[in-house]
Design a binder for this molecule. Structure first.
Ligand code: NDP
Ligand code: 8YV
Length: 327
């Protein structure tokens, strides 16, 4: 009997892809580019499962054009690129990759916040341009991280790991905002206090944003919210492009409404708003918060575990709509 066919749409570790081969006929994407939407549809014909990243859009039109598809497994924790209700309606199981990247992403979020507060890339560029002629008292003087108030917008798995670093490692008072408050026993070890969003913006010295992208978080931080922040504050966005209004942020950075920003994600990435590129008080990175070799391997392994389980009668460890498997 022929094996089910799957597409690994992401060029990932070959030894991990090899784990699929005993179960499936495996087609891979050997380029380092995301497959264009139309090509993804073409290559999904006859495929029962697909391994994707956050760069692949899986919407209702694609599902209708790929009627054999039964499993969509992403190596990312964020799944705003996948229309989950459309998948569920068509009996397609979807999985994401939570937990395995939490600590690595938190390390990066904290590092980006520190680089932003202490003006690390701005000062390095100055040095590389040969502009360092003498030392001065206020040269690249930034803001302290230790003891400053850490504001977390999105105190989930990653937000809590960042809060823990700030609380235990840097003596930071931690305030946070989620739509729902955490139980006291989860707040206590983080030294965290829930506040309304406006209060978070007013009080944070360093605001770190880690909410999933959804219609409810679109432009959660825009002109009005930035205007509430301290002129000395920093904003770090490791969540998703679209959670912050990048045009409003660029205006705020230029006007001195806030001091600086650290950004790993952008509206319309990989394009970056031209006004952000021309700001000196912003640290920009290309969506690499989870990028360590060990964590990218763990994310890939989890996507493969999910794909195997979903199509061989098992229980995908991190399915988002496991109910479809019971139908
Ligand atoms: N830059 C990168 O490379 C990476 C980015 N990410 C991004 O980080 C996101 C978070 O991951 P993770 O921590 O695992 O997710 P979780 O689901 O554990 O946490 C998300 C948190 O955000 C809160 N939240 C959701 N919507 C809103 C809203 N509209 N307003 C306020 N709070 C909100 C949730 O609380 P509540 O529901 O109570 O509001 C929850 O506490 C991912 O979805 C992904 O987009 C993740 C990994 C790497
Ligand atoms: O997990 C997420 O949500 C991410 O944003 C990152 O870890 C991924 O690197 C990216 O989405 C690649 O798919």
């Amino acid at each position: 009997m022929s094996k089910p066919q799957v597409l690994v749409a992401v060029n990932t570790f070959s030894d991990i892809v090899d784990r699929l081969r005993p179960h499936f006929d495996v087609e891979t994407n050997e380029t380092d580019q995301p497959l264009p939407y139309d090509e993804l549809i073409r290559r999904l014909q006859g495929k029962a499962g697909v391994y994707v990243s956050g760069s692949n859009k899986i919407d209702a039109a694609l599902l209708d054009a790929c009627p054999d598809l039964r499993a969509v497994c992403t190596m990312a924790v964020g799944y705003n690129n996948i229309d989950l209700p459309a998948c569920t309606a068509r009996g397609v199981v979807v999985s994401n990759a939570p937990d395995v990247l939490t600590e690595t992403t938190a390390d990066f979020g904290f590092a980006l916040m520190m680089a932003t507060a202490r003006r690390i890339t701005e000062s390095e560029h100055f040095l590389r341009r040969g502009e360092w002629k003498h030392w001065s008292v206020t040269m690249f003087a930034g803001a302290d991280v230790h003891g400053a108030t850490l504001g977390v917008l999105g105190m989930g798995r990653i937000g809590a790991a960042i809060a823990r670093r700030g609380h235990l490692g840097f003596g930071m008072p931690v305030i946070y905002h989620n739509r729902s408050r955490l139980p006291a026993e989860q707040e206590a070890p983080l030294g965290a206090t829930w506040v309304e969003k406006d209060e978070l913006l007013r009080r944070a010295d360093h605001l770190v944003i880690v909410v999933p992208y959804s219609p409810s978080s679109h432009h959660l931080v825009g002109e009005k919210e930035l205007a509430l922040m301290k002129p000395t504050a920093t904003l770090t966005n490791i969540a998703r492009g679209g959670v912050v209004n990048d045009a409003a942020l660029a205006r705020a950075l230029k006007a001195g409404t806030i001091a600086a920003a650290g950004l790993d994600v952008f509206e319309g990435e990989p394009a970056v708003h031209a006004e952000l590129l021309s700001c000196s008080n912003v640290v920009l990175t290309p969506h690499i918060a989870s990028a360590t070799v060990a964590t990218r391997r763990a994310m890939s392994d989890l996507a493969v575990d999910n794909l195997i389980a979903a199509l061989t009668g098992g229980t995908p460890p991190t399915a988002l709509n496991p109910g479809v498997l019971k139908r």
